[in-house]
Design a protein around this ligand. Structure first.
Ligand SMILES: [Zn+2]
Length: 551
């Protein structure tokens, strides 16, 4: 039977598609009434846009899915309606790239001494590298020592061309089960066919499934199999591979010969960034760009259907326990103290992503509408980017800075909005009606942060700006890929909350006055950035940051 929620979803899908194709207004699924937007930034428009963008009918907008395609279609129909210029591929608003989903083929199986070892039961593939997987048929097994203890391990020469079994230290636990993989065998066993770490027994059963890695499908990439497959195997399977109890195996001890195959399934899925432009009026400055960013994607449909309200009650309690005691507002159980449930169970499996990042996506639309309507375009041009695949480690922004629609050197600043509709007293430490985090704006030079503070001070409803990056957000959204290019960035967010990455992140829990406050602040900042003569970064060549999250 379809869950009532699913039925409702099917109905909504029909409604939305119809509206998007034809009209110049936006349809509000829950009310079904059409609503025209005004050019001013308003809570009403933000609410109406978000009701649509974060509706169940978008299925969570996971990159590469039909739900995300519907979200992209809505964005394109809006920027077209508002009269922005296309800045994507071939004169369109779309910048298409491919995500490569790669996973171990469930039909993979290896055998030793007539015993068949299977995925998820006897082993789990952690990393299958890139390109074709190294064949293990006919390979000899060798005991490589203890994971994480190089002094006990064999030499790279001994490992080359073999399947290496690694034992685990006595104080092994589930937390370390994956850690060892990251810091374990890489270099020393680079020429092994596969590395099998005997730590699967420490992994909770629910996490032994086949997982997929998602990466950018980059046709220019050399596909030679660059590294061994890394497996977590059960102790039982490790004993079968070695043909002896592990405690009596010493480094270099020869095990059995493997037959069978490990294979991978790869699927390339297209997805799109939406890129639109408002060209500046000043011939001198219009070749410089202020980039405004948000991400249009979120998460796939949950594999487990849950009860919405109970899920939320639990996460609210968990989140409350993280708030300073003095800040915790008292939630009164019903006057009678009766904890009986009076509302019907609401089944839920959709990660609506209303705050993450529906809020940023609709804020950008409102700013675009305001700027497009006010015909006195400022000096510089403004590039609006709705990135896809942010939830897949910022793939859309990685693609964009590698295939920039305008030279990255001409991007004077990138302002990113991710989760800008919450930050209330029940959400985050020091949260409140004006709480807004601005992250990274002083990294390149203090000038950008100073300008933001000025613009905020001049606002009718100034925000309480928090610049200390309490949540470590600098490299947790798309601005990171721009910062790596040395572009000054400012990341606006209202921080985490109980509904973060939960099916309960719905438009009904958004703080619309707050969302309007942030949207107006960023609109004023954008107008300032587009016309300022201020030097926002130190002279000289931009420094491209090498590795993740440094700098
Ligand atoms: Zn996000």
């Amino acid at each position: 039977m379809q869950s009532p929620r699913t039925l409702e979803r099917v109905l909504l899908v029909a409604g939305t598609a119809l509206t998007l194709g034809t009209s110049a207004c936006i349809s509000v699924p829950s009310t079904g009434k059409l609503a025209a937007t005004s050019s001013a930034i308003s809570e009403t428009d933000l609410r109406a846009r978000l009701a649509l963008f974060a509706a169940d009918s978008m299925d969570g907008r996971s990159a590469g899915t039909s739900g995300h395609k519907r979200a992209v279609r809505y964005l394109v129909s809006e920027v077209t309606r508002l009269g922005l210029s296309p800045a994507g591929d071939d004169g369109t608003f779309l910048q298409t790239f491919f995500m490569r989903r790669r996973q171990l083929d469930p039909a993979s199986a290896i055998a030793v001494n007539g015993r068949i070892l299977r995925p998820t039961v006897d082993f789990r593939a952690i990393s299958t590298g890139r390109g074709p997987i190294r064949p293990v048929d006919g390979a000899e097994v060798i005991f490589g020592g203890i994971v994480g203890e190089p002094s006990t391990q064999i030499s790279p020469g001994q490992a080359a061309g073999r399947v290496v079994v690694l034992g685990v230290p006595l104080n092994m636990n589930s937390a370390r089960a994956f850690a060892n993989v990251l810091y374990g065998p890489t270099s020393r066993f680079a020429d092994a066919l596969a590395v099998a770490i005997a730590s699967l027994d420490y992994v909770p059963v629910a996490q032994r499934g086949i997982n997929a890695s998602i990466g950018l499908a980059d046709s220019t990439e050399t596909l030679a199999n660059q590294q061994p497959t890394t497996l977590l195997v059960s102790t039982d399977a490790a004993v079968a591979l070695m043909g002896m109890p592990l405690r009596s195996a010493t480094a270099g001890a020869k095990g059995r010969t493997i037959t069978g195959r490990l294979a991978v399934i790869e699927e390339d899925r297209p997805t799109q960034n939406v890129v639109a432009l408002i060209r500046g009026a000043d011939p001198e400055l219009r070749g410089q760009y202020v980039v405004l960013g948000a991400h249009s994607d979120h998460l796939p449909i949950a594999s487990r259907i849950v009860d919405h309200d109970s899920t939320r009650a639990v996460s609210i309690e968990r989140n409350r326990s993280r708030l300073p005691v003095a800040q915790r507002t008292v939630h009164h159980a019903s006057a009678s103290g009766d904890t009986e449930r009076h509302t019907p169970v609401r089944l839920d499996s959709i990660f609506n992503g209303a705050d993450d990042d529906g809020s940023g996506s609709v804020a950008l639309l409102e700013i675009a509408e305001l700027m497009a309507a006010s015909h006195n375009h400022q000096g510089r041009s403004v590039l609006f980017v709705w990135h896809s695949a942010e939830e897949d480690i910022y793939m859309g922004s990685r693609w964009l800075v590698a295939h920039p629609p305008v030279p990255t050197d001409s991007m004077i600043t990138m302002v990113n909005l991710d989760m800008v509709g919450r930050g209330g007293v029940d959400d985050i430490a020091s949260g409140g009606p004006r709480y807004v985090e601005v992250i990274g704006a002083d990294r390149r030079s203090p000038a950008l942060l100073t300008l933001i503070a000025d613009v905020n001070r001049r606002s009718n409803v100034p925000a309480t700006l928090v610049t200390s990056d309490p949540g470590g957000g600098f490299c947790r959204s798309d601005q990171w890929n721009y910062a790596r290019q040395g572009i000054p960035v400012a990341f606006f967010t209202t921080g985490s909350h109980a509904d973060y990455h939960s099916v309960t992140d719905e438009d009904r829990y958004i703080d619309y006055p707050k969302l309007a406050l942030v949207t107006k602040l960023v609109a004023a900042l954008t107008a300032e950035l587009a016309s300022t003569r201020e030097q926002l970064e130190p002279h000289g060549k931009r420094v491209v940051l090498a590795d993740f999250c440094s700098g």
